[in-house]
Design a protein around this ligand. Structure first.
Ligand code: E4P
Length: 218
């Protein structure tokens, strides 16, 4: 399973990419609005860092505006993916841009019916938001199971990009269900590393080594 960073913060992306486990980046207007600098220059910098798929979202809500913005976003770098919302205009724009060879990520997906439309429109990625479903007392991971099953039935090539991941269990469940990608805020990726037994074990190994080393020296 691929791991994307869900952030527009260049420093955070650089730090995680340096570890070697980052396959791509997702951004959205809320994330980019938090960062200083011009958003297209920031997206270009992110592409140069990760050299993998980087999603940048349109803010137009009409078909013509989405197409115009989508072409601008795609022109930033060969790694750019155009993100469109799951609306009628968004699906129409997805179909048009995908047919032109522009890769599209259909976002704000909250049902299997919506995911089916994204696949039929030729989306490269579909982004179901698991955390936001959990927030309204609906199991987000059930939706991932449904989408993966439906896509498998028809061999759709659209990749299931699990979005709105809030904790490591979302990531592990995404992997268990066979989702293609989980996109996570930097804090969730950090949390994937942590286990108290790793820290305790490492501390003991180093202490034992130090003790033996001190005895040899004495
Ligand atoms: C995905 O592409 C979105 O940017 C993101 O995962 C939304 O997450 P949130 O629900 O934590 O804002």
């Amino acid at each position: 399973m691929k791991l994307f960073v869900d952030s527009g913060n260049i420093k955070d992306i650089e730090t995680l990419a340096a570890i070697g486990i980052v396959d791509g980046v997702t951004t959205n207007p809320s994330l980019l609005a938090k960062e200083p600098g011009e958003f297209k220059a920031n997206l270009k910098r992110i592409c140069d860092i990760v050299r993998g798929p980087v999603s940048g979202e349109v803010v137009s809500t009409d078909f013509a505006g989405m197409i115009r913005e989508g072409h601008d976003i795609a022109a930033i770098d060969e790694h750019m993916i155009v993100k469109v919302p799951l609306t009628r205009d968004g699906i129409r724009a997805c179909k048009a841009m995908s047919s032109d060879g522009i890769r599209v990520n259909v976002t704000l997906v909250f049902s299997a019916a919506q995911a089916l439309l994204a696949a039929k429109a030729g989306a490269t990625f579909v982004s179901p938001f698991v955390g936001r479903l959990d927030d309204v007392a609906t199991n987000g991971m059930d939706l991932i199971r449904e989408i993966v099953g439906i896509y498998d039935n028809y061999e759709f090539t659209t990749e299931v990009l699990v979005a709105s991941c809030r904790h490591p269990i979302h990531v592990v469940e995404a992997a268990r269900l066979g989702a293609d990608i989980a996109t996570c805020p930097p804090a969730v990726i950090d949390a994937l590393f942590n286990h108290p037994l790793t820290n305790i074990g490492l501390e003991k190994f180093l202490k034992d080594w130090e003790k033996a080393h001190a005895a040899t020296k004495a």
